[in-house]
Design a binder for this molecule. Structure first.
Ligand code: ADP
Ligand code: ZN
Length: 642
């Protein structure tokens, strides 16, 4: 991986993953015990995860921090708890305007005094929040980055007491990354205005290059860097050759994710619309989301996805950043993502609750043609285009690897690991084979067309020639007279497609123009001259199938790890939650996560004290919902006895 030389951050030692991290240290200082007290009382959690405790202590005592932690790793607590422990208001800069209301609602449900300022508010609403801020009645204030460019906002902040600045989605400051937001560049001035206020920048996606760029642009070189393992062990990564993507997707949903919430990413607005329609026609609750829809439809669809159980969102990459819905069970890509960073960020939206989830990608030759074309016609200078090209190449290498996908993904982020056992190449190992001769046959067909006929063709026609197919187009161009006609019958059509794709991925052939015609590269000659062997990946006969039980298409996804007798109780609790969420106009998970309901269903507590021991049941929620839950459990028990 190439990375610009922007200096090495002081501390980049990968730590244990979110689950495997050290438990709370009982002998830590007074800040730690206060933080732990808040964790238990407000959030209802027993212990810190991974390096949360270390990060929180560091920030509570006034230190700056740069935190790289995967989605679902528990970044929010890293600034929320210090905001509650330190004097003053924690100011959280976030680009996710559409989600601020939900974030604030979720905090309020915990009894935390939170507010936000962004462009969606009218003057009265804004004034109210400003007054609360000045009166010291807020623990946390969420701000859109562009607010900080407004002088009145800066003056407002100067009149209050700020406990810390949290810069969420910090990769947005990096141009090398994939979500660059110019407003983020202004955040470098926070430190000049408020030199004594600690800053904590957080992101779930950063290669070494992006990491270094965040540190330098935000002036965080001297901050402590906390780099967690990026692994998301509960996500199963799978990449399949694309044949009939919509059908393949439907098959996946029916076989493995009936009734589950998920996200399907497509490259274009048109394919978003078509795919959503197709799913709806086939009985899946799907909604479209792309920048071409008007704001209200978009917001409405997002709200339904967040609030209702089991919705599938079909979207362009405009959707999803900061979506903290915990129970997204799958993320499917019907087109090749533009970079590994983007892919990792998007797939990371699955399984934030730590339960088994699927990341599935279908990709084909056409994707490569399309991406290369987009790069060719993109705005910006050559350096920019080269950067885009390097991103696509890394993505292709991931698609065509014969090794563990996770090992390769983590290596891209500079982290070493061993074969995971939970990706398609681990579950159904792909063999590698010597593809030198087929590669030479394909390349010489390209050469002959050029030399003898001065013609260029796409992979389809070249495959037909190799297979000796007398199609109309072959006859029209008299291609059956070529000496290479029919020299490739040892492979099937799908195998030739795979060869072409892999040669492209390896840079041994290139595509050109609107029709994706194949042309030689500087390196093709080495293959033709026999100086370079070509190792290819053979697609496994059958696509990887996870070790999970198949479900009938009617059945909702059964809660994982739930004893049979607790299932109806869980369903009753879920129905209660859905009704309360609707009544309050908040997403269901703001009330309780699935994991919490599952624990309640299994434990079947009969007193408030017992209920209070469940993970995710803090003081405030116990007071608010405790009685209702016990009553609901009473009904569930009676119902089960009958
Ligand atoms: P991130 O922002 O890193 O993606 P979140 O902060 O949303 O992750 O946390 C992911 C999930 O893990 C949330 O549901 C959160 O409530 C939960 N969580 C975080 N820290 C803990 C902890 N120490 N114990 C139990 N659950 C936790
Ligand atoms: Zn693996």
């Amino acid at each position: 991986m190439s990375s610009p030389e922007t200096g090495t951050p002081p501390e980049t030692r990968p730590e244990a993953g979110p689950e495997a991290g050290p438990e709370t240290d009982p002998e830590a200082g007074p800040e730690a015990s206060e933080a732990l007290e808040v964790l238990r009382r407000v959030f209802g959690y027993d212990s810190f995860r991974g390096s949360q405790q270390e990060i929180i202590e560091h920030v509570v005592t006034g230190g700056d921090a740069l935190v790289l932690m995967p989605t679902g790793g528990g970044k929010s607590l890293c600034y929320q708890i210090p905001s509650l422990v330190r004097k003053g208001v924690g100011v959280v800069v976030s680009p996710l305007i559409a989600l601020m209301q939900d974030q604030v609602d979720a905090l309020r449900a915990l009894g935390v005094r939170a507010g936000f300022l962004n462009s969606t508010q009218d003057l009265d609403e804004r004034r109210l929040v400003e007054a609360e801020f000045l009166a010291g009645e807020l623990d946390l204030l969420y701000l859109a980055p562009e607010r900080l460019r407004v002088e009145s906002t800066v003056r407002l902040l100067e009149r209050g007491t700020i406990s810390l600045f949290a810069i969420d989605e910090a990769h947005c400051v990096a141009q090398w990354g994939h979500d660059f937001r110019p407003d983020y560049l202004a955040l470098s001035s926070l430190h000049e205005r408020w030199p004594d206020v600690p800053r904590i920048a957080l992101t779930a996606t950063a290669t070494e290059a992006t990491h270094a760029e965040i540190a330098s642009r935000l002036g965080l070189q001297d901050a402590r860097h906390f780099v967690a393992s990026f692994d998301r062990p509960n996500i199963q990564y799978r990449i399949a050759p694309k044949n009939d993507p919509k059908r393949q997707l439907l098959q996946l949903l029916r076989a493995e994710h009936p009734g589950d919430a998920g996200i399907v990413y497509c490259l274009s607005r048109a394919s978003v619309e078509k795919t959503a329609e197709f799913l709806v026609k086939n009985g899946v609750d799907a909604l479209p989301y792309h920048a071409g829809l008007d704001t209200r439809t978009r917001a409405g669809n997002q709200a339904r996805f967040l609030r209702e159980d089991g919705m599938v969102m079909v979207a362009t990459i405009a959707f999803g950043m900061g979506i903290d819905k915990p129970d997204v069970r799958f993320v499917a890509h019907l087109d090749l993502p533009k970079s590994v960073e983007g892919y990792y960020q998007e797939t990371g939206r699955a399984g934030r609750d730590g339960l088994p989830s699927t990341a599935w990608l279908a990709y084909g030759l056409q994707d490569v043609v399309q991406q290369r074309k987009m790069i060719e016609t993109s705005e910006g200078d050559d350096a920019h285009r080269r950067r885009l090209g390097a991103h696509v190449d890394a993505m292709l290498a991931l698609c065509e690897t014969v090794e563990c996908r996770r090992v390769q993904l983590l290596a891209y982020f500079g982290q070493r690991s061993t074969a995971c056992g939970n990706c398609d190449t681990c579950l159904t190992p792909a063999e590698s084979w010597d593809g030198t001769v087929p590669a030479q046959k394909l390349l010489s067909t390209v050469v002959r067309l050029k030399r003898e006929r001065n013609q260029k063709f796409g992979a389809g026609q070249i495959t037909d020639i190799l297979l000796g197919k007398k199609t109309a187009k072959v006859i029209q161009f008299d291609h059956d007279a070529l000496s290479v006609f029919g020299i490739g019958t040892e492979l099937r059509e799908a195998e030739w497609r795979s060869v072409a794709r892999q040669l492209l991925a390896q840079g041994l052939i290139a595509v050109e123009g609107d029709y994706g015609t194949l042309v030689l590269t500087d390196e093709s000659g080495e293959v033709l001259g026999g100086r370079r062997p070509v190792v290819l990946r053979r697609e496994p006969e059958k696509a990887a199938r996870p070790a999970r039980a198949e479900k009938s298409s009617k059945q909702r996804s059964a809660p994982v790890d739930l004893p049979a007798e607790a299932v109806p109780v869980f369903e009753t609790l879920r129905a209660w939650r859905a009704a309360s969420a609707k009544e309050q106009g908040v997403p269901a998970y703001v009330i309780f996560h699935d994991a919490t309901l599952r624990e309640i269903a299994t434990l079947a507590p009969s007193t408030l004290a017992e209920l209070g021991t469940v993970t995710g049941v803090g003081e405030n929620k116990l007071a608010k919902y405790g009685q209702q839950i016990l009553e609901t459990l009473g009904t569930a028990a009676v119902g089960a006895a009958e």
